[in-house]
Design a protein around this ligand. Sequence first.
Ligand SMILES: Cc1cc2nc3c(=O)[nH]c(=O)nc-3n(C[C@H](O)[C@H](O)[C@H](O)COP(=O)(O)O)c2cc1C
Length: 197
Amino acid sequence: MNILHIISSPRGEASNSIKLGNAIISKLQQQYPDAKVVVKDLTHNPFPHLEEVHLNAFFTPAENHTEEHKAAIRHSNEAIQQIVEADILVIGAPMYNFGISSVLKAWIDHIARAGVTFRYTANGPEGLLKNKKAYIAVATGGVYEGDLRSIDFVTPYLKHVLGFIGITDVVFNKAEGFAMSALQATALEKGISNIVL
Ligand SMILES: Cc1cc2nc3c(=O)[nH]c(=O)nc-3n(C[C@H](O)[C@H](O)[C@H](O)COP(=O)(O)O)c2cc1C
């Protein structure tokens, strides 16, 4: 059992999404004591915004790649390989401005590749990263329930984009209310005790 922990908060030991992700991994390790955990911290050497050279490399067949294409696509290939080797992904997702952090979005832009992680068929798009499970560790300042659910763009976006590349078994675990005085003291503890595997 290989677990890939994707970190996208720059707050290190203070990060709620990292703590929640680590708690999910501890629970998984109780189920799979031999599980190997690989940590990918996207805040260290973040993936760049997609530039023209990346797009050219993505859409040029590998046999025609120039040295410049090869250099531009290397990190994308490595990131996809890391996912291929994982059985379970644990993705830490702090909410920033109602969506995911830009480092997480940049990683997604480098792993969603036509012909590699998804393809278009006569029946529509097909995700190619099959037989994986993802746990999302979401940390938010507010609580997105009731009417406010519609302004949480973390949950629906990650569910959709992971499904698009084939990862359809996605479980969201949330720690909420870190910006709310009545909730912040217990938000992490509550999020951890509510973890669903
Ligand atoms: C730049 C920034 C933007 C944020 N935007 C939101 C937001 O739109 N909604 C919200 O509920 N919380 C927001 N927060 C609060 C974070 O989601 C909260 O602090 C969470 O714990 C961050 O995860 P982390 O502790 O793993 O870094 C924001 C925090 C920062 C630093």
